[in-house]
Design a protein around this ligand. Structure first.
Ligand code: 4GP
Length: 830
């Protein structure tokens, strides 16, 4: 970064000061200093929040020294870097991760003891920054963790939402959303730079004039603006001394803007304009996989990419940067279509500010972006009405038209006479209204387009973006998702981590493929016994967490069957619920001898988008079924359902290590990848799953014997739908299914109120877009296999160990290596 140059020759002015000493004494001193001078309280009068803030700041101090070093080193030797553009980062708690990265956990624990405090209590005081919805946001957080661990030059760019993903509560079994004011207690992990403001403009019109050289020049005359304020969050690598940056933008009103109105004497309006500006970074849209096309959302998207690109060009690069060299300096990775407006933004800057021709700018821009798609649902591909785009970003709309013109000329040249194809591929769609198809724009402008699991990438090529892959086959590639082993094994599962380290040494944390060395231990009865002890300890731990957090009393010694993910019809929580109701109905009707039933606790965790009616009805139904089953003495000791509210990263970290069975039961061809599936397997749960997303790769790696596969394949699904799917046929021909559905429909779970489940049941019987009924019997059969397998604990443990040993592939370090080698072509470790 450029900043003022100081003349001082004092050695401390020249470079970063060294980190405080890695000793208990050193840590205590730093901690007390933060408490006294930072929080302004003596230890004896400090609150829990004071102590947490001081502890966080202490750890941040250790990070800062490394952060400055990393930045200095990168500045001295500028190489091509990655700008990871993502509207979401679902970070989870920071403290533990920072302690692990700096190898300070033991020291901090000791130091807190010296101060009469308990590290664990302070850990609990942290509010997790939920700046994301689900898979896509959590993936971004895993990726930046891995990039730091690999010492890769990367800045993550995003939005500093004042309110993250809502807090879910249940009132009479129904989801009620509460705002997530995560910053209310102070944000110790960020460093604000209010002086680094970036102007971002909206609205207005475009003026054109012919310059002396005969070329037309455009000037965008916007009619309102906001400022982007920079917040830096440190992203530590794992015990390698590297700290990268996550740069989040907050919107505030421009001072000039306020002043004009204020001078005109309208104080109220001046304040109102401030509100309009600040709304932009106020709240995360709580949609997952389904964009809802709100104007504020487009404002957010443009706001953060405009800030980020400006920041890169004006602050990260040397002043004499020749923009023609941009492709050697930067690759912007588009995390889904949310940041795609960055493409016309870079074009605009190159043409209007750097005075390049359209052709020159296009040649550069096309080398500076790569696009990751995260979906297969056609309705999830973002489109923006042309009318909105023209009103909010008139210059960008013109540029998009120009890009489209050049692109469609290319299509016509390659496929002469095929106007249908031209219409299909156009960046501008006509139905139901004229709109910009962001996925098309992204594909046209990117060096590479990738899906997030093999099957997903294949379906992108064959279906969603088939015309594009025909035109540019080499543009399409796959990078299978991954998860960070630091957070999701090392931190989340200390018992398993210790067992692994005791067995194969420490190297696995930064080189997860090494867990393969555990494979031979699957045959060792002593190791298996230890492995079971780990699982049991994790179950005890989650029981304590759920009791404290939700007042839920988990039964002991049950098979722990877990389905945690966003609530979506395609993910088929209803299939899981039908299985539960079938077991229950079997027992109470006397058809099923309870003695033959494996005692099972099913844990659900799921938020529904607040506007997603059906998803909210399903949540209500799950809660209704849970309250009846949990209170019915006939199934006591056999069946229990827990649905803790507000599933988040923190809960995931406790729950996943305890699970025996991982539910990954989406309709084949709908789940792009899934990443929860990877976390479960790595923590020794067995998967019951369809041939969908990354399940396919998990099964290939762990082996058929260690995975419960069921359900239709994607081609079978397509075939059934083409033939005409009639769910009632399944209802009529399958007695168990009929009885389960009838029991729900009778009002048994809803206090006799039949209406209460009618929306869900009606949809299952007469629509069932995601073929729940068609896969029901196969799912029951697979669950019977689960029970049989679980009865042999030795064999089960063997399979669970093999799941851990064979899934090292799913480290996000490997995903990052794939991006680096095949998409970004950047160097690490310089
Ligand atoms: C999710 C996909 O649904 C999930 O399959 C995938 O694993 C994840 O992205 C990361 O690639 N999509 C979203 C979203 O979270 O908001 O579209």
């Amino acid at each position: 970064e450029r900043g003022p140059t100081l003349e001082s020759t004092h050695p401390l002015a020249l470079g970063p000061v060294t980190a405080p000493p890695h000793t208990v004494d050193g840590f205590v001193k730093e901690f007390l200093r933060e408490l006294n001078y930072g929080q302004g309280v003596p230890l004896s009068r400090s609150s829990l929040n004071d102590q947490y803030m001081a502890l966080a700041r202490t750890v941040r101090g250790y990070l800062t020294a490394r952060w400055l070093e990393t930045a200095t080193r990168r500045r001295q030797s500028p190489h091509k870097m990655v700008g990871y553009l993502s509207a979401e980062y679902l970070l989870g708690r920071q403290l533990d991760n920072a302690l692990l990265a700096t190898d300070l956990s033991a020291i901090a624990e000791e130091a807190m003891k010296v101060c009469g405090l308990e590290l664990d209590a302070l850990r609990q005081a942290e509010v997790e920054p939920g700046l994301g919805n689900g898979g896509l946001g959590r993936l971004a957080a895993c990726f930046i963790d891995s990039l730091a661990t690999m010492d890769a030059p990367c800045v993550g760019y995003g939005i500093r939402y004042e309110y993250g993903i809502f807090k879910q509560t249940f009132v009479d079994g129904r989801q009620v959303e509460v705002p997530d004011n995560w910053l209310s207690m102070g944000g110790p992990w960020e460093i604000a730079h209010p002086e680094m403001e970036v102007p971002v403009h909206f609205g207005g019109h475009v003026e054109r004039a012919t310059a002396d050289d005969g070329r037309e020049r455009c000037t965008w005359v916007p009619d309102w603006s906001v400022l982007g304020i920079r917040y830096n969050v440190m992203v530590p690598g794992y015990q390698n001394g590297v700290v990268n940056t996550l740069r989040l933008w907050r919107a505030i009103a421009t001072r000039a803007f306020d002043l004009d109105i204020f001078n005109a004497g309208d104080y109220a309006s001046a304040v109102r304009s401030q509100t309009v500006a600040e709304n932009i970074s106020k709240v995360l849209y709580p949609e997952d996989s389904t964009p809802q096309g709100k104007e504020l959302r487009l404002q957010q998207q443009y706001f953060f990419v405009a800030c980020s690109i400006f920041d890169f060009l004006k602050h990260t690069q040397p002043t004499d940067l020749d923009v023609r060299e941009l492709p050697e300096r930067i690759i912007f990775q588009l995390n889904d279509t949310h940041p795609v407006i960055g493409i016309p933004e870079l074009m605009r800057l190159l043409i209007d500010d750097y005075d390049l021709t359209f052709e020159e700018a296009w040649a550069i821009t096309k080398q500076c972006f790569a696009y990751t798609c995260h979906t297969l649902l056609p309705e999830a591909l973002e489109v923006w009405p042309v009318s909105l785009m023209e009103r909010l970003l008139p210059r960008h709309m013109e540029i998009i038209y120009q890009i489209n013109e050049v692109f469609l000329a290319e299509v016509r040249e390659q496929f002469p006479g095929d106007e249908l194809r031209v219409r299909r591929m156009s960046i501008i769609g006509d139905h139901p209204e004229r709109s910009v198809r962001m996925a098309h724009l992204a594909t046209v402008a990117s060096v590479k387009v990738n899906g997030v699991a093999e099957l997903h990438s294949q379906l992108l090529r064959d279906k969603v973006l088939a015309d594009f892959s025909e035109m540019w086959p080499e543009k399409f590639t796959n990078v299978t998702n991954g998860v960070t082993p630091r957070r999701f094994v090392r931190q989340a599962n200390p018992f398993l981590s210790k067992l692994i380290t005791d067995t194969i040494g420490v190297g696995w944390v930064a080189n997860l493929e090494r867990v393969r060395e555990l494979e031979t231990y699957a045959e060792d009865p002593e190791f298996r016994a230890k492995f079971r002890e780990v699982k049991a300890a994790n179950k005890t731990r989650i029981a304590a967490v759920l009791e404290r957090r939700d007042g839920i009393l988990l039964p002991e010694d049950h098979l722990l069957d877990v389905m945690v993910k966003r609530l979506h019809e395609y993910k088929r929580q209803m299939l899981k619920l039908l299985h539960i109701v079938t077991l229950y109905e079997g027992i109470i009707s006397g058809d099923l001898d309870p003695a033959t039933v494996t005692p099972r606790t099913v844990v659900f965790g799921a938020k529904a988008a607040p506007g997603y009616r059906m998803a909210k009805e399903i949540i209500f139904l799950i809660n209704s079924v849970a309250s009846v089953i949990n209170n019915d003495p006939r199934v006591q000791g056999k069946l229990f359902i827990a649905f803790p509210a507000n599933y988040n990263v923190t809960l995931a970290e406790r729950l996943i290590p305890a699970a025996d069975l991982s539910e990954q039961i989406s309709l084949a061809g709908k789940e792009a990848s899934g990443t929860g599936n990877m976390k479960f397997a790595l923590n020794g749960a067995l998967t019951i799953g369809t041939d969908d997303g990354a399940n396919v790769e998990i099964r290939k790696l762990v082996g058929d014997d260690n995975f419960f596969l069921f359900g239709m394949t994607e081609p079978e699904v397509a075939d059934l739908q083409a033939r005409g799917y009639r769910p009632t046929e399944y209802y009529e021909s399958n007695e168990k299914l009929r009885r389960a559905i009838n029991l729900i429909d009778s009002g048994h779970f809803t206090g006799g109120n039949r209406e209460a489940a009618s929306m869900v049941i009606g949809d299952l019987l007469y629509n069932d877009r995601f073929l729940v009924l068609a896969d029901y019997q196969a799912y029951l059969d697979a669950q019977a296999e689960v029970e049989a397998a679980y009865a042999d604990q030795e064999a089960w443990s063997r399979s669970a160990i093999l799941n851990v040993a064979r899934t090292g592939f799913f480290s996000s370090d490997r995903s990052m290596r794939d991006y680096i080698n095949r998409i970004w072509h950047i160097q690490t470790g310089f």
